[in-house]
Design a protein around this ligand. Structure first.
Ligand code: HEM
Length: 213
């Protein structure tokens, strides 16, 4: 017993001194974003089913959609949109203001990214130091942030095509903006699948996104 107590006393300072990998603002905005994205994608799929872009009938099985019918899905989509946009703006502004984006997400060297993708595909990519993102992570995180910006802008273009006609025109018109919105969603959905698998492959990264350390 005395030995166990001594051991706890010995490792306690080390645990407390574990470096903070993700500050609270990153963790809070990350999990709000995850919830908002899931709601936006599921309600978006219901909206899509009401007026499909591709001629394959029901692309998304009703069981994976949110809202029950078109009007219900639109309400979910717009409610989650405010959460996604406000939370995203806070994250992006703090990302720039605190220097986190500069320190963690850049630079991205093409050569490194290619060799890291190769290593990832052959199961040799390591993530020992949680404080440093590898080139694949940097690429994916910057990519998904840009896809998030694109999904919001194309969403505004199809939500308010009269008031925001310049933006809608920049996308090449209402119909083109719908395709952009769809493919930006597909990029985000693809990212989420890979990202969640990786989080469970490296559980300590998941723990750090919850506890910070
Ligand atoms: C339930 C779903 C999710 C889980 C389990 C999850 C898990 C994680 C984990 C563990 C990390 C830290 C990675 C590391 O330290 O190596 C992380 C970071 C990140 N995740 Fe997620 N995530 C989820 C959903 C999302 C979604 C939906 C998005 C965006 C569409 C997203 C975007 C990001 C970004 C941009 C980072 C880097 C944040 C930064 O360092 O500033 N995640 N996520």
């Amino acid at each position: 017993m005395a030995v166990e107590a001594a051991e706890v006393l010995r490792i306690a300072p080390a645990l407390a001194e574990r470096p903070l990998v993700h500050p609270a603002w990153v963790r809070i905005s990350h999990w709000i974003n995850a919830a908002a994205v899931v709601m936006m994608i599921m309600s978006g799929w219901q909206i899509y089913n009401a007026s499909p872009l591709f001629g394959w009938g029901f692309l998304f099985p009703p069981g994976v959609t949110l809202g029950g019918w078109l009007a219900g899905a639109l309400l979910w989509h717009f409610a989650a949109m405010w959460l996604f946009v406000v939370n995203g703006l806070v994250y992006v502004m703090l990302g720039f203001a605190t220097g986190r984006f500069r320190k963690k997400l850049v630079p991205i060297h093409v050569g490194e990214a290619v060799s890291d993708v190769r290593a990832a595909l052959t199961g040799r990519l390591t993530h020992d130091d949680l404080a440093v993102y590898n080139a694949v992570q940097r690429l994916l995180y910057v990519g998904v942030i840009l896809a998030g910006v694109l999904v919001v802008l194309s969403g505004i273009a199809i939500w308010k095509p009269v008031q925001m006609q310049t933006l809608t025109a920049l996308f090449g018109g209402y119909d083109a903006a719908r395709y952009v919105h769809f493919f930006a969603m597909a990029v985000i959905a693809g990212f989420v699948v890979i990202h969640v698998v990786m989080a469970f492959v490296v559980p300590k990264s998941l723990r750090a996104m919850i506890t910070g350390r």
